[in-house]
Design a protein around this ligand. Structure first.
Ligand SMILES: Nc1ncnc2c1ncn2[C@@H]1O[C@H](COP(=O)(O)OP(=O)(O)O)[C@@H](O)[C@H]1O
Ligand SMILES: [Mg+2]
Length: 389
């Protein structure tokens, strides 16, 4: 039987924990007037909190409302050109004139040539703005056009500004459009400072993070229930606790717990208990390891200075541990908060913001080797020697 959990980035899980509010808000906004500010949203959250999944769900909701969707990618040389190309594709499917031409074609051969003619209608130099206007005119007010953009934090600002201009023009002329972007908090905040992307600054912020343990347990329970296995309620709760409500871990711990039960039809609490060690290992190797490797040394020192406390750290204690030669602790603290590695925990305190970051830092500091003898960096020998390169 296949493991029903989806522990990989971008993979839409069978059951989403705790995102009703964000999704309902999005769905309602589709019915607002075209100019409503809620028509643009920005999903902000740390890696692994489910931004890409949320974006994918929003796209599905839009399609259910008969909207068309244009997914933009930060890897494109120009967002606006990518939007134009996709808009042309949709126009080809929709344009009643183009369809008319095709219907008049008599033989197969003419259909072929007519189709060539209709392709020309849109490949002739119609500007991106004109193409988008044409498409949104055709869609009218009954259906609309949703643009999505994942990984907003790594977009080229000039490319975003050019797209923003065209989008803002569509909004101004009351066309039925919406936009959802998703990205890491730190990068997104820098982008918002640009005067050229006003619509993003006004966009509805959807900050996502950990989900509550109850929702996490319910989603684990429902995922198992969709198969022929069952899970004891306290096992589902235990797995949710180990996940700490971090969406990536809900899937990872769910998958491990499932696998630990092997052939047993009922998943028990001990199956969840045994997932703890691999969750810590997984986070250290695949999530925190890469992030810590790229971290500025001063930031790393700040995090390591927090290890002396069992729970939240008092900011002034961290400062004194770092010594007087560090005049800028508050700068590093603020940057670490922006990086979503730590968060304020009441006045004058900070704590780690992601599950098992403490353990990952300890292992890194102590040079702990993983079960297969590797250091925390995920390097290992190839299992089968492949052909030499
Ligand atoms: N609401 C959710 N409930 C349960 N699992 C989720 C949820 N959102 C995302 N996941 C899982 O978390 C992992 C990371 O999701 P992803 O959308 O790629 O995160 P991000 O884009 O924020 O880095 C995936 O394995 C996905 O299946
Ligand atoms: Mg993502």
């Amino acid at each position: 039987m296949r493991n029903p959990f989806r522990a990989s980035f971008g993979a839409v899980p069978l059951f989403l924990a705790g995102r009703d509010h964000a999704l309902d808000g999005f769905e309602q906004a589709l019915d607002y007037a075209p100019g409503a500010e809620a028509r643009a949203s920005l999903v902000i959250g740390a890696r692994g909190t489910g931004k890409t999944v949320l974006l994918t769900e929003m796209e599905s909701i839009a399609r259910d409302h008969d909207w068309h969707v244009i997914s933009l990618h930060t890897s494109a040389a120009s967002l606006l050109e990518e939007a134009r190309v996709r808009a042309v594709e949709i126009l080809r499917e929709l344009d009643p004139d183009a369809r008319g031409y095709r219907l008049t074609g008599g033989s197969l051969a003419t259909v072929g040539s007519v189709r060539g003619e209709h392709v020309d209608r849109y490949t002739e130099p119609l500007s991106p703005a004109a193409t988008l206007e044409r498409l949104t005119d055709l869609l009218g007010t009954e259906t609309g056009l949703l643009f999505t953009l994942d990984e907003v934090q790594s977009v080229d600002p000039a490319s975003l500004a050019a797209f923003a201009q065209a989008y803002q023009d569509l909004v101004r002329s009351e066309r039925n459009v919406a936009f959802v972007g998703a990205g890491l908090g730190a990068g997104v905040h820098t982008l918002l400072d640009s005067p050229k992307t006003t619509f993003l600054r006004r966009a509805r912020r959807v900050e996502i993070g950990m989900v509550d343990i109850g929702s996490a347990a319910a989603s684990i329970q429902a995922t198992v229930a969709s198969t022929s296995k069952t899970i004891e309620p306290d096992a589902a709760v235990r797995a949710a606790e180990i996940s700490q409500g971090y969406p990536y871990l809900i899937q990872y711990v769910g998958a491990q717990t499932w696998a630990n039960a092997a052939e047993n039809p009922t998943i028990m609490r001990e199956d969840a208990d045994r997932a703890l060690a691999s969750a810590i290992e997984q986070m250290a190797t695949n999530i925190h390891g890469p992030a810590l490797r790229d971290l500025a040394p001063r930031k790393l020192e700040y995090l390591e200075a927090m290890l002396a406390d069992e729970g939240p750290s008092r900011v002034s204690d961290v400062a004194s541990r770092l010594g007087t030669y560090h005049g800028y602790q508050s700068v590093y603290r603020d940057r670490l908060i922006e990086d979503e590695l730590i968060r304020p925990a009441g006045r004058g305190y900070v704590e780690f913001a992601l599950p098992y970051l403490r353990e990952a830092l300890q292992r890194r500091r102590d040079g702990v080797r993983g079960p297969s003898g590797e250091l925390g960096g995920g390097v290992r020998a190839r299992r089968t020697p492949g052909p030499g390169r």
